[in-house]
Write a protein that binds this ligand. Structure first.
Ligand code: SAH
Ligand code: DHB
Ligand code: MG
Length: 223
């Protein structure tokens, strides 16, 4: 289901007033489209939410898993101070190339670094560098690995860090407990890990809008 006209119209109304696209964001989507990237970036309303959450966190260090064309990356990167840092992990060299141009156009090339490769290979390398703990982690890549990414996020954060997992509803497919779909299994494992892990407390919120019926999970690292 791609959602209703009403969800679209309400999202358009909100984003027109609260998260208007500028030239840079529009160009990022235009160039992503021209390069044939899938239309699975966050909406403007969601991008603004990510930005607000990063600001509320007073984030200086952000980790993103799943860059695509860098649309969410730009929203998040704009929340960072001059000396802040955002590392974004992307499997596809082609996606990373489009993203790198979009990030440069946004003037964020000194703040954002895109690392190409399967995130489960990039994450141990990143951990070996002993980076400053990430204040916010945005998990938005292959959903089958959501629980694995959550494990890595726990290693790379501090008490008080915020972890966000995108696309946890998928038109309600999250309820398919018996199914074999790897994305659903990965997302359910992440939700259940947030619920049971002693170092995590969280919630999940269902959303409708111009990208249909979906949702995100939020988890705070406790210790
Ligand atoms: N965060 C982006 C959307 C990301 S879409 C936005 O909202 O604008 C998911 C991305 O994850 C795709 O670009 C896909 O290539 C990437 N991806 C898929 N599997 C991956 C993996 N194993 N490691 C890293 N990235 C992966
Ligand atoms: C898909 C991925 C996303 O990150 C998203 O926000 C929506 C859809 C997908 O792979 O279908
Ligand atoms: Mg997503």
């Amino acid at each position: 289901m791609s959602g209703s006209q009403l969800w679209d119209d309400v999202d358009f109304y909100f984003s027109t007033h609260l998260s208007p696209d500028d030239e840079v964001l529009q160009a990022a989507l235009r160039d992503s489209e021209a390069a044939g990237l899938p239309h699975v970036n966050v909406t403007a309303s969601q991008g603004k939410l990510l930005q607000l959450l990063a600001q509320i966190q007073d984030a200086r260090h952000i980790l993103e898993i799943g860059t695509l064309g860098g649309y969410s990356t730009i929203w998040l990167g704009r929340a960072l101070p001059e000396d802040g840092r955002l590392i974004s992990l992307e499997y596809s060299a082609k996606h990373a190339e489009v993203a790198t141009r979009n990030i440069a156009r946004a003037g964020l090339e000194r703040i954002v670094e895109v690392r190409v490769g399967p995130a489960l290979e990039s994450l141990p390398k990143l951990a070996d560098e002993n980076p400053a703990p990430f204040d916010l982690v945005f998990i938005d890549a292959d959903k089958a690995n959501n629980a694995n990414y959550l494990e890595w996020a726990l290693k790379l954060t501090r008490a008080g860090s915020l972890i966000i997992v995108d696309n946890v509803v998928r038109d309600g497919r999250v309820l398919d407990a018996e199914g074999a779909e790897p994305d659903v299994r990965g997302t359910r494992a992440a939700i259940e890990m947030i619920g049971s892990h002693p170092r995590l407390t969280g919630t999940a919120v269902q959303t409708v809008g111009s990208k249909g019926y979906d949702g995100f999970a939020l988890a705070r690292v406790l210790a």
